[in-house]
Design a protein around this ligand. Sequence first.
Ligand code: BTN
Length: 259
Amino acid sequence: MSKKLETQVFGKEIYRYEEVTSTNEVARNMAKEGASEGLVVIADSQNKGRGRLGRSWQSPKGQGVWMSVITRPQIQVQDIPAITLITGLAVCKAIRQTTSLPAYIKWPNDIVVDGKKVCGILTQMSGDASKINYVIIGIGINVNIESFPEELEEVATSLKIEGGQNYDREEISISTLEFLELYYKEYIKVGSLENVLDKYKDLCITLKNQVLVLDDKKPYKATPLDIDKRGGLIVVREDGGKETIKFGEVSVRGIYGYA
Ligand code: BTN
C-alpha cells in the first residue's frame, strides 16, 4: 500500500481512467469547463499520448505514470518555461526518492538515467499576452516498460530497465505531486526560479558536459556555463561567444549521446 498524498492543492481532486486519448487532452477539457488548480488526471494507458514537437508518446497499459495537472498561474506568458523546469526538478527528485536511481535533468526538462530518457514533460497553455487561463502540465514516466523499439533503444529507457526491478507507479506519482507542489508554490511566491535554481543546477546533467546545440542554421559545439533565472541555458561557443538559449528555441544534445 502506497503512502498517503500529503499536498494542499495538487491532487486533492484526482480523476483516474483505465484508458484515455491523452491525459493532457482530458485535463484541458476539464480546465475549459472551469476545473480548479491542482486537479490531476491519471490514466493506465493513453491511445493518443502526445509528446513535444507534435510527436506521439507511447503509453503502454500499467507500465508508466501518465498524468496531467491543471495549474492556473498568474504569471507572464514568457515565464511559462519556468513551470516546465520546476516540473523536471520535481520528477527528478521523485525518481531519486522512490527508486534511488541516479536520475538527472537534461535541460530543459527531460529526465535521464544513464544518459537515456525516462520521462518527458509537455506543458500546454491557454491564454494570451494579458492573462493565462490555465497551464496543463503533462508528465510521462517510463516506469515498468521492459523494452523499447530498436529505433528508440539508444535514447529511451525505463526505471525497470535501469534498476532491474518493478517500481510502484502510485508511489512515484505521489512523490512527484508532492515535490511539484513544493517547488511550484515557491516559484509563485518568489516570482522567479531563484529559490529552486540551485537544486535544479545540482541535478542538471547538461551543465556537466559539452553540448551540441542543434541550431536551425548550423549545429555547433558549446560549453554550458549556467542556467539563468528565467530558465535559459547560458553557453560559450567554441569561438568564445556567449549565448543564452531559451526554452523551446533549439534542441541541445550531449556531444557523445542523447544527454
Ligand atoms: C516529450 O515529448 O518529451 C513530452 C512527453 C509527455 C508525455 C506525457 S504522458 C502524460 C501527458 N499526456 C500526454 O499526452 N502527454 C503527456
